[in-house]
Design a protein around this ligand. Sequence first.
Ligand code: MF3
Ligand code: CO
Ligand code: CO
Length: 259
Amino acid sequence: MSNIIIKTPEQIDGIRESSRLAAKTLDFAGQFVKEGVTTEFIDRKIEEFILDHNALPAPKGYNGFPKASCISLNEVVCHGIPSDDIVIKDGDILNIDITTILNGYYGDTSRMFTVGVVDAAANKLIEVSRHCLDLGIKQVYPGNYFGNIGFVINRYAKSRGFTVVYEFCGHGVGLQFHEEPQVDHTSRRNRGSIMKPGMIFTIEPMINQGRPATRIDKTDGWTARTIDNKLSAQFEHTILVTSSGYEVLSDIHNEYEIT
Ligand code: MF3
Ligand code: CO
Ligand code: CO
């Protein structure tokens, strides 16, 4: 039994506003991503910005997560906890993941940032991760199987010599932080539930340079790292199934068509 919420037009408008605020917050955060800055400092700026826009940062207090955002550097796959001890350095690649609650509605988006001179292999990983998200988004239309999202992502990542994390997934979003369905990034063709207009979910593939497996930091219980400490990269958008295709609700730069 699947229980994927079909959102009402009013809910869609609310989730769009929240997703756009999350994307604006990401852009705002970008100006602080510099050598010598701590991830704690960036997180404080993010929290201030979200509160100033009459919203709340969804991660704070979520299952005990202590900060307003996730900031994941280099070999950290996801759920990096901002800290005074983590100082950004030249050559780093990092993901900032923002989820806002605006008027009760959740929007969730993340992307990569680079610091100074980044090596060619890391840049290629980032480019492929971005393309994986784009390929996944193109699979969003009524009547398609959720499994086809992960199918195209995994096939492309593999063809470029990378692996796809299977232990963390995209998810329904909007009325709650994490709703059904789980959106796998490594699924088989024509598997899983069928997409219907009004469904809203994230696609957020995490792509690794080395092995796909992750391990969670024993000390903080959150930080997920690649098992071989090689690099990982991720982009995430919140996406609506329209009557004929998709709308990327967190796309404030009109990088995607509405189909
Ligand atoms: N924003 C993350 C996601 O894309 C979830 C973070 S959970 C937290 O689903 F507790 F770490 F914030
Ligand atoms: Co997120
Ligand atoms: Co998400």
